[in-house]
Design a protein around this ligand. Structure first.
Ligand SMILES: CCCCC/C=C/CC(=O)SCCNC(=O)CCNC(=O)[C@H](O)C(C)(C)COP(=O)(O)OP(=O)(O)OC[C@H]1O[C@@H](n2cnc3c(N)ncnc32)[C@H](O)[C@@H]1OP(=O)(O)O
Length: 393
C-alpha cells in the first residue's frame, strides 16, 4: 500500500502529519447546489485513500477539518499546547470551521475530493508492482524496490542534522517499513554527511514551560525514537559513505544493525564536547562490543574513529573502498533481500529478544540523564558556541 494512502487512511494520525512547509495548493472547489449523501461522503473517503500523490499539508488539513466537522460537528477538543505543533494545526483547522453545518461540511469534503481526484493521479492508474516512492516526507526520501525499503535522510544542506520533524518522520518510516512487504530496510544519508546528529537548533525553540519543559519533551522524543530502533523487527542495515556524528553512529543499537561503511566514513560521538552524555543505548552496547576502555575513548573523550578502526572494534560490519562502495553494498543488499523474510525476522527476534528489555531500560535511563544534561551550563554553552559560529566538531 502506498505510503500516502496509508497516511490518508489513518486520517493523519498526529505523528504522521507534516504541517509546516508544504506549498499551499490552490483549491478550486466545485460547489454544487446538490447535497452530498452519506454514500457520496463514504465514496469520497475511499477515493482519498486511492490518491497517489500527496496533496500537500494545506489540503490535508482542510480534508481533516471537513471530515471532523461532517462527522462530529463543531470542534469539541481541548486546544493542544503551542508545542504540539501537529495537533495544534489540526485543531486550528477544525476550529476555524466554527458552526458550519455538518451537511455543508460533508458537501465541501466531497467537492474537495472530487477536485483532487481530477487534478492528482489516482492509484488506479499505477501499474501493479510499480516501485513505490514516498512523496509525503519533508526530511526523508523513502523508496521501496527489490524487497528493500530505503530510508534516506534528506537534509543535505544541514548535513542531515535531525530536526524534530526528522525524528518523527524516521519513526514513521520505520513503522511503515516494519509492515510493508520488503524483506530488509536500509538507512542512509544524502550528501556529504551521513548525519551530523541532533539538530542543535532544536534547543532554541523554547516552549512556555521554559527550558525544563523543553528538556522533558526532548527526553520523551528521544526515548520514543530509540525505542523504534530497538523494536524494529526486520533486518536493518546502516549504509554510510561519509562521516557520521552523534545518534546514528550508535550502530550497535539493538545488536541487530549491520553497518556498511566506505573508507571515507568516520564515526564520532562527541557527547562530552557538547556537555551531554551517551544515548542510543551506546552506554551499554559500546563497552560490550568494543571493550570498556575503547568505549570510554569514544563515548567519554569523543574520539573519532575511522571506518577501519570502527570495523576493527566491531562497530562496523564491513568497509569498502569509496569508489566501489555503492556497488559492493547493493550487491549484498539485493542478495539478502532474496532470503526468506520470515526466517530473517525470526532470527533477528531471537538474537534481539534476550536483550530487548535491557535495551529499553538503558534507553530510559540515558534519556533521563540527558534531560538533566540539557539543562546544564556545559550543554547550553556548547550549543550557543555552535550557533554563534564559535565552534564546530
Ligand atoms: C530530541 C533531542 C535528542 C538529542 C540527543 C542528543 C544527541 C547528541 C548528538 O547528536 S551529538 C552531535 C551534535 N552535532 C554536532 O554538534 C555537529 C555540529 N556541526 C558541526 O560541527 C559542523 O557543521 C560539521 C562538522 C558537521 C560540518 O562542518 P562543515 O564546515 O562541513 O559544514 P557547516 O558547519 O557549514 O554546516 C552546513 C550547514 O549545516 C548546519 N549544521 C550542521 N550540523 C548541524 C547540527 N548538528 N545542527 C544544526 N545545524 C547543523 C550548519 O549550521 C550549516 O548551516 P548554514 O548553512 O545555515 O550555516
Amino acid at each position: 500500500m502506498a505510503h500516502l494512502a496509508w497516511r490518508l487512511a489513518q486520517r493523519w494520525c498526529p505523528s504522521s502529519l507534516q504541517v509546516i512547509s508544504f506549498p499551499v495548493v490552490q483549491l478550486h472547489l466545485n460547489r454544487t447546489a446538490m447535497r452530498a449523501s452519506q454514500k457520496d461522503f463514504e465514496n469520497a473517503m475511499n477515493q482519498v485513500k486511492l490518491l497517489k500523490k500527496d496533496p500537500g499539508n494545506e489540503v490535508k488539513l482542510k480534508l481533516y477539518s471537513l471530515y471532523k466537522q461532517a462527522t462530529e460537528g463543531p470542534c469539541n477538543m481541548p486546544k493542544p499546547g503551542v508545542f504540539d505543533l501537529i495537533n495544534k494545526a489540526k485543531w486550528d483547522a477544525w476550529n476555524a470551521l466554527g458552526s458550519l453545518p455538518k451537511e455543508t461540511a460533508r458537501q465541501n469534503y466531497v467537492d474537495l475530493v472530487s477536485s483532487l481526484s481530477s487534478s492528482l493521479e489516482s492509484s488506479s492508474q499505477v501499474e501493479p508492482g510499480t516501485d513505490r516512492k514516498s512523496t509525503g516526507y519533508e526530511t526523508l526520501m523513502v523508496t521501496s524496490e527489490d524487497g528493500i525499503t530505503k530510508i534516506m535522510l534528506n537534509r543535505p544542506t544541514k548535513k542531515n542534522a535531525l530536526n524534530v520533524e526528522m525524528y518523527h518522520e524516521i519513526m514513521h518510516a520505520l513503522k511503515a517499513a516494519s509492515k510493508d512487504d520488503s524483506a530488509i530496510t536500509v538507512l542512509t544519508g544524502n550528501g556529504d554527511y551521513y548525519s551530523s546528529g541532533n539538530d542543535l537548533t532544536n534547543f532554541t525553540d523554547i516552549p512556555p514551560g521554559g527550558v525544563e519543559e523543553k528538556a522533558k519533551n526532548g527526553a520523551v522524543l528521544l526515548r520514543e525514537f530509540v525505542g523504534c530502533f530497538i523494536d524494529f523487527p526486520k533486518p536493518l542495515i546502516a549504509s554510510g559513505q561519509c562521516p557520521a556524528l552523534g545518534h546514528l553512529p550508535s550502530p550497535s543499537l539493538g545488536y541487530s544493525i549491520a553497518v556498511y561503511a566506505s573508507d571515507r566514513a568516520t564515526f564520532h560521538t562527541p557527547f562530552s564536547h557538547l556537555g551531554q552524555s551517551p544515548e542510543g543505548c551506546s552506554s551499554y552496547t559500546f563497552p560490550k562490543i568494543m571493550s570498556p576502555a575503547k568505549a570510554t575513548e569514544m563515548l567519554v573523550f569523543g574520539k573519532k574513529l575511522t571506518a577501519g578502526e570502527a570495523c576493527a572494534q566491531g562497530l562496523v560490519t564491513e568497509v569498502f573502498p569509496d569508489s566501489t562502495f555503492q556497488k559492493e553494498v547493493w550487491t549484498r543488499l539485493k542478495a539478502f533481500a532474496k532470503l526468506p523474510p520470515n526466517a530473517m525476522r525470526i532470527s533477528k527476534e531471537i538474537i534481539r529478544n534476550r536483550e530487548k528489555e535491557k535495551l529499553h531500560a538503558v534507553n530510559a535511563e540515558e534519556c533521563s540523564v540527558l534531560q538533566g544534561r540539557w539543562l546544564s551550563d556545559e550543554c547550553m554553552n556548547a550549543v550557543v558556541n555552535f550557533l554563534s559560529r564559535k565552534s564546530k566538531l
